[in-house]
Design a protein around this ligand. Structure first.
Ligand SMILES: [Zn+2]
Length: 83
């Protein structure tokens, strides 16, 4: 009997070791999860292209991270400065 190769959910189409596949799968699962819309607060935000996120309910489009709608760096830059 041949041993079945271990897969990590989604298939990675590029070469790489198990560590790369694990990381890619984790990011993809995080990306495909429903995200909250900053305009209408419904979880229907999807990524249209890298960095651009759009809500399928209200059509709101905004710039965000490559794999997540908001990044820590983006939050820091949009933070209102306190006087
Ligand atoms: Zn919306």
């Amino acid at each position: 009997m041949t041993k079945k190769k271990k897969t990590y959910g989604l298939r990675l189409r590029t070469r790489g070791g198990a560590a790369v596949q694990k990381r890619w799968t984790r990011i993809m699962l995080q990306m495909n999860q429903p995200h909250k819309c900053p305009s209408c607060a419904s979880p229907r935000v999807k990524r249209s292209i890298v960095g651009i996120w759009s809500c399928s309910k209200c059509g709101y489009k905004f710039a965000g991270g490559a794999f997540t709608p908001s990044t820590k760096t983006g939050q820091a830059s949009t933070r209102v400065q306190e006087s």
